[in-house]
Design a protein around this ligand. Structure first.
Ligand code: S3P
Length: 440
């Protein structure tokens, strides 16, 4: 299938050359995960919430558009500032057309949880990538709670049709650590009779738990277990969205692997479930400092400064994986500059992201001269200390496009990023920032 994006010739900024120096202070856009929740949680709350520094990417526009299609008024107040007029627990309306979650797995999964609590019919679809990502992980437990949901290929793939209402709490162990699944079920649980108990095999990001608690939900978290008693009204909560942790990691790694670099990123979200890459960089010996740690809008944030570093290879698996699940493309690039091998294992979930990030990382960084062996649940990256350059394709995966662009900042020859526009999913100003920090 050819899309408008594919049909466009490469624009000049898709070719990235190594600058002499990397310097600068960056403010990354509002966090994508928290932005989705700020819109969707407040859509089912009583009252009006003000959301500032909302993420500017296409995925967040998608969540806003879906909320509006369900009858929620969302007003733009200023740059990245919105008012969400909540409809309360029973106030959403049946949409008169199919809802399109675009490329956004988080919209599709979180919205499914909300829709499971609604007595009307919704049909939900997504783009080609999202239609190939598994939905049975949410459909099965939602059916156990009492929702009627049907989807393609044995209730696994979008489009799906869902008619909810009359939910009951469940006791459920998630087969994989997934904040999207956990959040979907917690949102559904707010509409359910009784208590829902969830258990994760490893801890994933906790933005949903934090926001639900602030909204007055009857929620208790103990390690990897979370419990929520349903049918308590949620109140609207203002959210000042912190800087996106995952977006920040591109600049942090760029600074670590460039020979003459210092970049600082301020106001970065630092909740434990998102800081796996910072922990790994520390193990690798990177020169990264976190300062000015504080709580803003119920989330821990801080300023991060990274400088040119000598890295060593490490082994990564287990409970670290969910804490860096979105950072593997950029981590693989960092590992190419480390001394020795880096082994990433127990990361099979990467195959179900915006692209199959095990295959695509191995193939596309491989095209640039990085030596990577693909494994079923991860990869081995051989630290050679160099990237040759050339052309590589993002497969329309925003994090791949950005990782390939950062490879261009440190490669011998320029890197041409194909399908580079996908950065707009989470970071529309990425290319401008890249130019700003590159100095000759
Ligand atoms: C997200 C959770 C992660 C992550 C995704 C955003 C979220 O997915 O990969 O980009 O906002 O909850 P899983 O928790 O399903 O691994």
């Amino acid at each position: 299938m050819t899309s408008d994006r594919e049909a466009q010739p490469p624009t000049p900024e898709t070719i990235v050359r190594r600058p002499r120096r990397l310097r600068g202070h960056v403010r990354v856009p509002g966090d994508k995960s928290i932005s989705h929740r700020a819109i969707l949680h407040n859509a089912i709350a009583d009252g009006t919430a003000r959301v500032s520094n909302l993420g500017p990417g296409d995925d967040i526009r998608t969540s806003v558009a879906c909320a509006r299609a369900l009858g929620v008024r969302v007003d733009e107040l200023g740059t990245h500032a919105y008012a969400v007029h909540g409809r309360g627990a029973g106030g959403l309306c049946e949409p008169d057309d199919v809802l399109d979650a675009g490329n956004s797995g988080t919209t599709a999964r979180l919205l499914s949880g909300i829709l499971a609590g609604q007595p009307f019919l919704t049909v939900l679809t997504g783009d080609e990538s999202l239609r190939s990502r598994p939905m049975d992980r949410v459909i099965e437990p939602l059916q156990m709670m009492g929702a009627r949901a049907l989807a393609r290929r044995g209730d696994d793939y979008l489009p799906m049709a869902i008619r909810g209402g009359d939910l009951r709490g469940i006791d459920y162990t998630l087969p994989v650590a997934s904040a999207q699944v956990k959040s979907c079920l917690l949102l559904a649980a707010t509409f359910a009779d009784g208590v829902t108990r969830l258990r994760e095999p490893a801890a994933s990001r906790d933005h949903t738990e934090r926001l639900l608690a602030a909204q007055g939900a009857d929620i208790a978290v103990a390690g990897q277990d979370v419990e929520l008693r349903g049918r308590r009204p949620l109140r609207a909560v203002d959210v000042d969205v912190p800087g996106d942790t995952s977006s920040a990691t591109f600049w942090i790694v760029a600074a670590c692997i460039h020979p003459d670099a210092e970049i600082s990123v301020s106001g970065v979200g630092l909740t434990h479930g998102r800081t796996g890459l910072l922990d790994v960089l520390d193990l690798m010996g990177a020169d990264v400092r976190v300062t000015n740690q504080r709580i803003e809008g119920g989330e821990p944030v801080g300023d991060v400064t990274a400088c040119s570093s000598r890295l060593r290879g490490v082994g990564i698996g287990g409970s670290l994986i969910p804490r860096l699940i979105d950072e593997v493309p950029i981590l693989a690039l960092a590992a190419a500059f480390a001394e020795g091998e880096t082994v990433i294992s127990e990361a099979g979930e990467l195959r179900y992201k915006e692209s199959d990030r095990i295959a695509v990382v191995a193939q596309e960084l491989g095209r640039l001269g990085v030596r990577i062996d693909e494994r079923s649940d991860g990869m081995v990256i051989h630290g050679t200390g160099r990237v040759d350059g050339g052309a590589a394709d993002s497969h329309r995966d925003h994090r791949m496009a950005m990782a390939l662009a950062i490879a261009g900042l440190v490669s011998r020859d320029p890197v041409e990023v194909l399908q580079a526009r996908s950065v707009t999913i989470s970071y529309p100003s990425f290319w401008d920032e890249l130019q700003r920090v590159s100095q000759d």
